[in-house]
Design a protein around this ligand. Structure first.
Ligand code: ADP
Ligand code: ZN
Length: 528
């Protein structure tokens, strides 16, 4: 071995090789381990499969004493401990499945310093008996797995997690590491704040899925025909998942694809358990099966050769988009994430958020997430950079493997049409939906317009130079950029936001994406 490093420095790598049989750390595993070994705290954000466990397992083994791992899922805990023991690591767990004698044995091993790792469920850890036990043990670190469970806004909120702040209070000198696969800024802040990790070094990595090609299109107005063309041209006879928002749409879409000679199976919560299971099995075992599904499909599906994931609706957040598209290309071979969305999606999702039962602050978060998703859709620069930066990971170069990199979208100066549209919203009283506004702008001969007297407004007919679809595109982009908001009342009425003022006054130029339609997809050689 080399002479100029201390034995201590070599240890983590030795353990990686001898115990786990891997040659090298995956950055930033080595940096995380260093941080903990030097007594610092860490917050680690990596997607599932990224290699989070070694970040605390190895320092717990390298340092004197025992690493305490807080993990919410008893089944996973047992699997992990079994695998560690198999590899010769002195690991144990404390949870409700153990009988009295087993608990005694674990406690004795802990106090004798004969454990490298002890896994504990959060409620177990928080009980006074366990805390007293830990006070008597020699602890080298605390690892808090699935740390996003501390977030009240997330789906996995667990109240006990909030109480884990007491670890910082009772053991201020013991390094702590929190780990999660959920990495949006808000969750990250909540974890830091609630778990007393303000000083922790943050490590974010591994979110990039370079083999996935992202495409987001506004489509031709006929999403299913666009989808069919996409499948036929780029993925004939290959496995894929098509996500739709409603069960009804899933059923229709699956039938429609079958009618066109594809093998497409519906999957949603309205189908019986047997049917769902049968469809899932066919998807896993047969070649070239497409599953058309609501978001209910995909949890725990680990099929490596899913070649495409298509969205026929806008997902409600970037996290959802990332997670769903992440089911493509697990084998590392080229895969596509394709999405077609339109104005109606924006309106529907906004209304779903506004009319939900959730309290106001919760809605604000949901709206914010939807806005971020829309921002991603309307981008004119690299989508992967935007996606990764949303998760806090910074990619310096445009990726060259997303639609905006491959075919940079043209933009045009839409300031004047935008002013016309905004005036139209204003003059009609900020309560009409997009279709009506477009009719007014284009000067349509229409009974309702006459009834409201809007045919006598100065904005009536000032937009006859543009077509219906062009106007809809302009409205969609303005909504996406937050110049206009879709109203609560459920009719999809639009009102002006503060952000539209500079545009109305002509102080800023509004550059919008030129709509390309129909979506052009480069032909790739058809495989046989
Ligand atoms: P996570 O907890 O982030 O979902 P895991 O810790 O379970 O991920 O690791 C995922 C897989 O990657 C495991 O099979 C693990 O053994 C493997 N792995 C982790 N680190 C390395 C490494 N440095 N080299 C090779 N394989 C690794
Ligand atoms: Zn790109």
């Amino acid at each position: 071995q080399t002479h100029n490093v201390t034995i201590m420095d070599d240890q983590p790598l030795d353990i990686l090789r001898s115990t786990f049989g891997y040659e090298q750390f995956r950055p930033p595993q080595d940096q995380v381990i260093d941080t903990l070994m030097q007594g610092g705290d860490a917050l680690v954000l990596m997607p599932t499969g990224g290699g989070k466990s070694l970040c605390y397992q190895i320092p717990a083994m390298a340092l004197a004493g025992t690493g305490i791992v807080v993990s919410p899922l008893i089944a996973l805990m047992q699997d992990q401990v079994a695998a560690l023991r198999q590899a010769g690591v002195r690991a144990a767990y404390l949870n409700s499945t153990l009988d009295w004698e087993e608990v005694q044995a674990v406690e004795r091993d802990l106090l004798r310093g004969e454990l490298d790792l002890l896994y504990v469920a959060p409620e177990r850890l928080l009980n006074e008996r366990t805390l007293a036990l830990l006070e008597r043990a020699r602890i080298n670190l605390f690892a808090i797995d699935e740390a996003h469970c501390v977030s009240q806004w997330g789906h996995d909120f667990r109240p006990e997690y909030i109480k884990l702040s007491l670890l910082a209070e009772r053991w201020p000198d013991i390094p702590r590491i929190a780990l999660t696969a959920t990495a949006d800024e808000r969750t990250r802040q909540e974890i830091r704040q609630r778990l007393g990790l303000e000083q922790a070094r943050v490590f974010i990595s591994g979110f990039d899925r370079p083999n996935i090609r992202y495409r987001i299109t506004q489509g031709s107005g006929n999403a299913r025909r666009d989808l069919l063309r996409f499948i036929e041209q780029t993925h004939p006879d290959e496995a894929g998942i098509v996500y739709c928002l409603s069960r009804k749409r899933v059923d229709e879409m699956a039938q429609w694809l079958c009618d066109r000679g594809l093998t497409a199976l519906p999957y949603h919560a309205g189908l019986s358990a047997q049917v769902r299971e049968a469809h899932q099995r066919r998807f896993l075992n047969e070649e070239g099966v497409i599953v058309v599904a609501t978001i209910a499909f995909g949890m725990g599906i680990d099929k490596p050769n899913v070649r495409f994931v298509a969205h026929l609706n806008l997902p409600k957040s970037i996290e959802a988009y990332y997670q769903e598209t992440g089911r493509a290309g697990r084998d590392g071979l080229p895969a596509d994430a394709w999405m077609s969305y339109g104005l109606q999606d924006v309106i529907t999702l906004r209304q779903m958020v506004d009319s939900s039962e959730a309290d106001e602050s919760h809605k604000r978060v949901e709206r914010h997430k939807l806005d971020a998703m829309l921002g991603l859709c309307e981008m004119t620069t690299c989508r992967r950079q935007a996606l990764l930066s949303y998760f806090g990971e910074t990619e310096s170069q445009p990726c060259g493997n997303c639609d905006t990199c491959l075919e940079p979208p043209e933009t045009w100066d839409a300031t004047v049409p935008a002013q016309k549209a905004l005036s139209c919203v204003h003059r009609t009283g900020q309560r009409f939906g997009v279709n009506y506004l477009v009719d007014v702008l284009r000067g349509k001969d229409d009974a309702r317009i006459k009834q409201f007297g809007h045919d006598r407004l100065s904005v009536f007919g000032i937009g006859s130079d543009l077509g219906v679809n062009e106007w809809k595109g302009i409205f969609r982009q303005m909504i996406a950029r937050g110049l206009l908001t879709v109203d609560l009342e459920g009719h999809g009425g639009l009102h002006l936001n503060e952000a539209c003022r500079p545009v109305l006054r002509g102080e800023t130029q509004l550059m919008l994406r030129k709509e390309t339609r129909p979506t052009r997809i480069p032909r790739e050689p058809r495989r046989t």
